[in-house]
Design a binder for this molecule. Sequence first.
Ligand SMILES: O=C(CO)[C@H](O)[C@H](O)COP(=O)(O)O
Length: 207
Amino acid sequence: MKLQLAMDVLTTADALALAGKVAPYVDIIELGTPLIKAEGLRAVTAIKDAHPDKIVFADLKTMDTGELEAGIAFAAGADLVTVLGTAGDSTIIGAVTAAKEHGKGIVVDLIGVADKATRAREVTALGVEFVEMHAGLDEQAEEGFTFQTLLTDGANSGVAFSVAGGVNASTIASVQQSGASVAVAGGAIYGASDPAAAAAELRAAIV
Ligand SMILES: O=C(CO)[C@H](O)[C@H](O)COP(=O)(O)O
């Protein structure tokens, strides 16, 4: 299982500083949606230039113009780009077309999708790299939220998936046991007093 750092910081300088500390412990470096909205795709280029050996993940959460948006992110240096699972199939197919042109990949984020396992199978058949079983930061704060649902949906999907939203030192073992290909950790790393130590602890928990 790969480990992905989600950088929900708001400046390129902060992202470069965080990635510089944490990169030795992670496989994938994600630029979060707020960071890309604040700084633009120049932030993607800056991270890829600083970490050419890492998989750079641009969390665009594209909902329309899949080929256009994915294409500009790949041109900026992204290796993986997200499209929302609630988007139409034509948007996902367009993004996959751009990925093939650039030799890169699309990840479908299933945030807000009620039946994640079924949609996961549908979009995987369209040629995406993997799907993201994702509970967003707002959903995590809702009453009754259960992390376990993400793991169950992933295991039931029968396709390659990541888990995002609440991954930390207490939950990462269960993520691996669910069969996930990637564990995504944001706040557990960037919110720690020592992000490198937090990432190292997560890395050590992966067997
Ligand atoms: O994509 C995101 C929000 O839309 C977050 O980066 C992702 O959910 C990570 O969450 P956490 O901080 O709980 O690890």
